[in-house]
Write a protein that binds this ligand. Structure first.
Ligand SMILES: C[S@@+](CC[C@H](N)C(=O)[O-])C[C@H]1O[C@@H](n2cnc3c(N)ncnc32)[C@H](O)[C@@H]1O
Length: 483
């Protein structure tokens, strides 16, 4: 369902009609970044804070697209209301995606204007680039370049989630005759790729507004990212979204105006959400998924009690000198019944059953992410910490090996890979390899000092004398073999 494209030269007329004002700036093509906003005359630096800072772009509040705006739109469009009530109200993102789906379908099938009510976004969407280089839109061969990186699992999981979401949208909207006609009837039905594109469009263009929250804002979404941005956005007293020049910044004529998409986002996050990696970024971290031991009889209970996706976060310090990791689940993962962990099912007065977690006979159901602190008081806390360190080390080692074994054979993209995807994937691989190597070196030091701890030495000695390995029974962890 390709929607018709409009040339960017038509944007000033659209902006004028919809009360968007550009002051000394315009949207134009930029080198290697698609559209961007550049100054069309020199802008002098001022030290003025808001509200007196120079305003570069003003967008009226009624053009801001978020869950509240979609709900407002549904008040004017009874057919869309049916659709929103059938599929929406699950998240702000889901509601906006539904709105975008309908608006792009209306733009690509002008003959169906009786089905839905169009609004300024129907035309604005036609100015937007057809694709974004986010990995959900990479071809299969390009996605292979992410093997061994933290994005491998994340992108696969996202595609599965999008597939389930698309299935639901398809099923529910097919039950409503007018939407079945517009979206799925023969002769150009919406495809899964269209859905992935809408998700990518949303992810790469939504902003966090101070008052209105997660929103898409036309024209402000034409501004590219820089680690040293010259501008920032805000909502003013009239709830308009304004782009303001940063104090002390002057812009020569023709220079690009930039904002920050978030200075703490990792390379993987930038690639996942925006399709590029900023070489100037200082955020140096990665997140890996963690799974309980496959033979842990408490694995399922631990996952349910933890209630979030288990992961390990590794980050280099801001000054670049140290690498640290955190993993709340790793601590819960490494304690067992013989250490004092217990799960009990409590029957409530209404008959409902509830899983409760006990540590050393204390109810810690609300503190399952706090086991790093909880194990401190345990007489064998150093042994427990050593188990955790071993698990984390294993995870990093496995990841590093996977990264090395899946290194692309050539130094250039194959004929089925786009050069930009190849270069970005290589940059991500290099960043993550460096972090993992640094993290392993740091862990090695920590492990050596734990192995020298007198409680650990005594514990391992006892186990050796008993002729058993460290854990010994069914509830043991693989990581207990520290040799
Ligand atoms: C909010 S849009 C900005 C406008 C966009 N360039 C366009 O053509 O519509 C975000 C997208 O712009 C591109 N982009 C923004 N900043 C960039 C940068 N510093 N380097 C490369 N691409 C960038 C990426 O494709 C990103 O997904």
């Amino acid at each position: 369902m390709p929607w018709p494209a409009l040339p960017i030269q038509g944007l000033p007329a659209w902006a004028h009609l919809n009360d968007v004002s550009f002051n000394n700036v315009k949207v134009t093509n930029t080198e290697g970044k698609g559209y961007g906003v550049v100054s069309d005359r020199a802008i002098e630096a001022t030290e003025h804070p808001p509200p007196d800072a120079p305003i570069l772009v003003t967008v009226p509040h009624d053009l801001v697209l978020n869950a509240a705006a979609v709900d407002e739109h549904a008040k004017e469009d009874k057919n869309f209301r049916l659709l929103l009530d059938a599929i929406g109200h699950r998240s702000a993102r889901a509601d906006v995606l539904l709105f975008l789906l309908v608006q792009t379908a209306l733009a690509s099938r002008p003959g169906h204007s009786s089905v839905g009510v169009s609004n300024p976004w129907t035309e604005y969407l036609q100015f937007l680039p057809e694709t974004v280089l986010v990995p959900t839109l990479w071809a299969e061969d390009e996605r292979l370049l992410l093997r061994g990186t933290s994005l491998e699992a994340a992108v696969n999981a996202k595609i599965l989630a999008l597939d389930a979401e698309f299935g639901l949208v398809r099923e529910k909207s097919s039950d409503i005759i007018c939407w079945n006609d517009l979206l799925w009837a023969a002769g150009g039905s919406v495809s899964f790729t269209d859905w992935i594109r809408l998700d990518a469009l949303y992810r790469s263009r939504c902003l966090e507004l101070p008052r209105s929250g997660e929103s898409m804002v036309p024209c402000i979404d034409m501004i590219n990212h820089s680690a040293a941005p010259s501008a920032y956005y805000e909502e003013n007293a009239k709830d308009e979204v304004v782009l303001l020049l940063r104090p002390g910044i002057s812009i020569p004529k023709g220079d690009e105006i930039t904002i920050s998409y978030g200075d703490t986002k990792s390379a993987a996050e930038m690639l996942f959400s925006y399709g590029f990696i900023d070489p100037q970024s200082t955020a140096d971290d990665l997140v890996l998924p963690l799974s309980p031991f496959p033979d842990d009889p408490l694995a399922k209970a631990k996952l349910v009690a933890f209630g979030q996706a288990p992961k390990i976060h590794v980050a280099r310090s801001e000054d670049g000198t140290t690498i640290g990791w955190t993993s709340e689940f790793a601590y819960l993962m490494c304690v067992n019944e013989e250490d004092g962990l217990e799960f009990r099912i409590l029957q409530q007065t209404d008959g409902a059953r509830q899983l409760r977690v006990f540590w050393q006979d204390e109810d810690v159901t609300d503190r399952t992410s706090d086991f790093e602190a909880l194990i401190q008081a345990h007489p064998l806390s150093a042994v427990l910490r050593l188990r955790v360190v071993t698990v984390v080390e294993d995870c990093f080692q496995t990841q590093l090996e996977r990264l090395a074994s899946s290194t692309p054979p050539g130094v250039t993209a194959s004929s089925t890979q786009r050069e930009d995807c190849f270069k970005t994937a290589l940059a991500l691989r290099e960043i993550e390899r460096n972090i993992l190597q640094g993290a392993l070196e740091a862990l090695d030091g920590e492990k050596s000092s734990l192995l020298a701890d007198k409680n650990v030495v005594a514990y391992l000695g006892l186990k050796e004398a008993a002729g058993s390995d460290l854990a010994g029974d069914e509830a043991s962890n693989e990581a207990d073999d520290f040799s």
